[in-house]
Design a protein around this ligand. Structure first.
Ligand code: BES
Ligand code: MN
Ligand code: ZN
Length: 490
């Protein structure tokens, strides 16, 4: 699909589909619409009357334009009340248009949407993101493409001439989101620690980043007993991925992004039972996917910030080599951990990854992890939780997420709950009581960061969507990539 910006008037555009954004309650007053209605021999007004189109946010209507018109289909998308339109509303409106155009088999499409707060660049970026993300279809595992014969080929964004840089930025970001989606969607027999490392290598080669993969022996030398304890039962070698983007000049700041990279989580010897959603545990590398997706986007955008992308990738499996419940592991900062539940494995892999990240001397660390079912119970499928002792980084991340349209909510890092992780034998247990399980998980991680400003995002809910919603299709969402990009650029 090709996106173009154009100053052609909707009155003069010719092609398969013309899509127009319509605010609530202004349907009859707009002269634009009057002129277009006349041009289309009254079809626009007929459509509005026939389906009682009110311009409600998210509503869509389309019809065929007859009489030898240069436009085959007219598509209307509701924008809600004029005063309350946000960039996310434009992103979602653009997605609704793209879906309707695909359904109506429009190969060529023109989109006329209002400019948000006189910011043509942000408007263009949001619309382009909405279209590209909504049209992304993952046909890798189908013997025949599902959307064969209904592919939108060219899209013209009317009234946004000159905004090619914003188009390019959107495309760079979307390439990262789509990479993350495809990594999460691919099953555990396709995305393994080895292929995750290969993906990092491809990003490094394509976009000029430096890459270091630490093999098992390297991790042993660094004393990563927590990570390696998890990796022990897998037949696949663990891969500790460290990808670095360095700007050409002196970096304005240095940050690390750490993603949980469990390519499958069986639970280990505390194996996940029936009804636990074990068949979805290919998604347990959603944090690593967002990390690599952000790397792909940032490598192309080239900001003046040094970014380290880190993931301790492995599987949580069972075998004769598996760590036993009750084992005591020593992490790379010397802290000892009594494993009272092998299914709380993500925090073990993150422990060593966080210690590694802090040793890089960065100004801030953000980790993303499909860490707990408890976070899904607390916030549901759409909202990620953020835990941090640092108010500044919390505000940065909440702002970045808001601008991305990715839902994020700050959660309490209640120190008192660390009592639930106390061990009689070791420095701590890896699992606390069920109540507040997402909080104790965050408190566990905090033991592995000394003084660097740090935030933890539990993304267990939003990495996957059961239903299509806005520009997200059903399935992997690529959650986190756009928030991370915004955070790095801010
Ligand atoms: N990967 C899971 C968390 C998860 C659950 C992600 C559901 C997505 C959907 C994590 O490793 C896990 O198993 N957590 C346990 C922790 C418990 C043993 C303390 C959980 O949430 O049940
Ligand atoms: Mn687990
Ligand atoms: Zn897990």
């Amino acid at each position: 699909m090709e996106l173009h910006v154009s100053d052609v008037s909707p009155l003069n555009w010719a092609g398969d589909g013309l899509a127009i954004g319509v605010f609530e309650d202004v349907l009859t007053s707009s002269s634009d619409h009057t002129a277009l209605n006349e041009k289309l021999s009254g079809t626009l007004q007929e459509l509005i009357t026939e389906v009682e189109f009110k311009g409600k946010e998210g509503s869509v209507a389309s019809t065929r334009v007859g009489g030898g018109s240069p436009i085959r289909k007219i598509i209307l998308v509701g924008l809600g009340k004029p005063g309350s339109l946000e960039l996310e509303g434009l992103r979602r409106a653009a997605a609704a248009i793209a879906r309707a155009a695909k359904k109506e088999k429009c190969k060529t499409l023109a989109v006329q949407l209002p400019i948000w707060q006189e910011d043509a660049a942000k408007t263009t970026q949001a619309i382009a993101e909405g279209i590209e993300l909504a049209l992304h279809q993952d046909n890798r595992f189908k013997s025949e493409a599902e959307d064969k014969g209904s592919v939108v080929e060219t899209v013209h964004l009317l009234g946004l001439a000159g905004q090619t840089a914003a188009l390019e930025t959107a495309h760079k970001i979307c390439s990262g989101v789509i990479l993350a989606r495809e990594l999460v969607a691919a099953p555990a027999n396709v995305v393994t620690p080895i292929t995750l490392a290969e993906t990092a290598e491809a990003i490094a080669n394509d976009h000029g980043l430096s890459l270091k993969i630490l093999e098992q022996e390297d991790c042993e030398k660094l004393g990563m007993g927590a990570f390696l304890g998890v990796a022990r039962a897998s037949d696949l070698p663990p891969k500790f991925i460290h990808l670095t983007y360095k700007p050409t000049g002196t970096p304005r700041r240095k940050v690390a992004i750490v993603g949980k990279g469990l390519t499958f989580d069986s639970g280990g010897l505390n194996i996940k039972g029936a009804g636990s959603g074990i068949e979805m545990m290919k998604t347990d590398m959603g944090g690593a996917a967002a990390t690599l997706g952000a790397a792909k986007a940032i490598a192309q955008i080239q900001p003046d910030v040094e970014v380290h992308f880190i993931s301790a990738a492995t599987e949580n499996m069972i075998s004769g080599h598996a760590m036993h419940p009750g084992d005591i592991l020593t992490a790379s900062n010397g802290k000892t951990i009594e494993i009272n539940n092998t299914d709380a494995e993500g925090r073990l892999t993150l422990a060593d990854a966080l210690v590694f990240a802090e040793k890089l001397g960065v100004d801030a660390i953000v980790d993303l992890a499909t860490l707990t079912g408890a976070c899904v119970i607390a916030l549901g499928d759409d909202i990620a939780g953020v835990w941090t002792p640092d108010d500044a980084i919390a505000q940065q991340l909440l702002g970045a997420a808001e601008a991305a349209g990715e839902k994020l909510w700050r959660m309490p890092l209640e120190e008192k709950y660390f009592e639930g992780l106390k061990s009689g034998l070791a420095d701590m247990k890896n699992t606390g009581p069920r109540p507040g399980g997402a909080i104790t998980a965050a408190l566990f991680l905090k033991q592995f960061v000394k003084e660097t400003p740090w935030a933890h995002l539990d993304v267990a809910g939003p990495v996957w969507a059961d239903k299509e919603n806005g520009y997200n299709n059903a399935g992997a969402t690529g959650y986190g990539v756009r928030t991370l990009v915004n955070w790095v650029l801010a």
